[in-house]
Design a protein around this ligand. Structure first.
Ligand code: PEP
Ligand code: MN
Length: 444
């Protein structure tokens, strides 16, 4: 691509970028980042793209999930293990229900930069810069914490590397309990109206795994090693540019800071810097699509980001909200069908369903999340298209950030264990319940 290079985005308007007071030290940090080894390889990225191509055609399913915003403080063994565990357990439930391979992708090892609706935040008459993710500044509401520091970019790279290092170790075969669903923490299942069916599924998964186990040998080894990929919103373009490389001197450019970067809903303007950056990298990429996406705008984006119409290159992560999906999604499906662009349709039932309680707490209701998932499957079925994936904000810990689910969390419970610095996540039980509900729906 002769009219593109990793810095060509700099000639365009880049929204949601932090302002650095000390540009010399920013340059120094970017230089250091550019010298660091990549976090992932092009082989892994190419393999993921091949798998996403299967999902686009309905022969696999993408499970993508993790924190809204990772924090450096949560770069510890326990939260990483729990996040991986919930995603792996969900993937077993899904594989059992959907009868297709599940592609597991974390919002992890790099999800450190956040777009914000306002540049500043005011509390009790005090106005400070907004928190933009640990990659930029810190969350506590003090002038010191909200300072934008170039060093945080290096820290983001280092925390990503540490997280990924541990994930790689775990997925190489450390997660034995995965094969024993009887050890999963599924007490909540008994509280669900679908309790009998879920228990039956858990037994079914256990039986299938036992069956594979008695086959022994190769199968056992394969079971204990799993593919796991990383993704994040590639928002801070200077950081992404520093990790964009030509593997072993080849002509193609890859973002080697993550397998699967995406463009957020706020930065997908056709003439903006983010779209300019993304068009030149070879990774599979995703774009968030919402109520403000027009049919013509979407096709223009697809033409620019995937001119070769490569299957597996483009994922559309749809996040309309339970109330809007029925009016918005069919128009976009029709436009994409008419354009003949190959896309993987994924559903993000989180970002269109955020609300604030009377006490000012940001939350989401499980019923609305579920309703958007159901609607998405129903609408695609009517149009002859395929839901090839789901995108969730979740954690493996027992947080109380979203309302509802079989465990019956109420708005009064939210303050018990609300840990997210940005958007509310499904907890372990709520995330597992979503997996059971999708699996159940697919089996009827
Ligand atoms: C997010 O995924 O955390 C996010 C900000 O989403 P969106 O771009 O869809 O609003
Ligand atoms: Mn979010």
């Amino acid at each position: 691509m002769s009219d593109w290079d990793p810095s060509s985005w700099r000639a365009k308007t880049a929204l949601q970028q932090p302002i650095y007071a000390d540009s010399d030290s920013l340059q120094g940090v970017l230089q250091q980042l550019g010298d660091r080894p990549p976090l992932v390889t092009r082989w892994e990225i190419d393999r993921l793209k091949t798998q996403l191509a299967l999902a686009a055609n309905g022969d696999a399913f993408l499970l993508q999930g993790g924190d809204c915003s990772e924090s450096f403080a949560a770069c510890r063994a326990d939260p990483i293990e729990k996040k991986l565990k919930v995603l792996l357990q969900m993937s077993l439930v899904l594989v059992y229900g959907l009868k297709k391979p599940i592609i597991r992708v974390g919002r992890i090892a790099g999800q450190y930069a956040k777009p914000r609706s306002s540049d500043t935040e005011t509390r009790d008459g005090v106005t400070l810069p907004s928190y933009r993710g640990d990659c930029v500044n810190r969350s506590p509401f003090t002038p010191e914490d909200r300072l934008t520091r170039p060093q945080n970019l290096l820290a983001a790279y280092e925390h990503s590397a540490q997280t990924l290092n541990y994930l790689r170790a775990l997925t190489e075969g450390g997660f034995a309990d995965l094969k024993h669903p009887e050890n999963w923490e599924l007490d909540f299942v008994s509280l669900s109206p679908q309790s009998d069916e879920y228990h039956q599924m858990v037994r079914g998964i256990g039986d299938s795994l036992n069956f594979l186990d008695v086959l022994g040998g190769v199968t056992r080894a394969e079971l204990s090693r799993v593919d796991f990929y990383t993704s994040h919103e590639a928002l801070l373009l200077a950081y992404e540019e520093a990790l964009t490389r030509q593997p072993s001197g080849e002509a193609e450019w890859y973002n080697l800071g993550t397998h699967f970067p995406w463009i957020g809903d706020r930065t997908r303007m056709i003439d903006g810097a983010h779209v300019e950056y993304f068009r030149g990298i070879k990774n599979p990429i995703a774009v968030k699509v919402g109520p403000s996406t027009t049919s013509d705008g979407l096709i223009e984006l697809l033409d620019l980001l995937n001119p070769e119409r490569e299957v597996g290159r483009m994922t559309l992560i749809c996040r309309f909200g339970a109330e809007r999906i029925a009016e918005s999604l069919p128009l976009l499906i029709a436009a994409v069908q008419q354009s003949n662009h190959p896309v993987l349709w994924s559903v993000d039932p989180m970002h269109g369903n955020t609300m604030t309680t009377e006490n000012g707490i940001k939350t989401r209701h499980f019923d609305q999340i579920l309703s958007e998932v159901r609607e998405s499957f129903a609408i695609h079925a009517r149009h002859g298209t395929i839901v090839g994936g789901i995108h969730l904000e979740l954690t493996g810990n027992n947080v109380t950030e979203c309302i509802g689910g079989a465990g019956g969390l109420s708005s009064g419970d939210l303050s018990t264990a609300y840990e997210s610095n940005v958007d509310p996540r499904l907890n372990y039980e709520q995330a597992m319940e979503i997996a059971f509900l999708i699996a159940k729906q697919a089996r009827v």
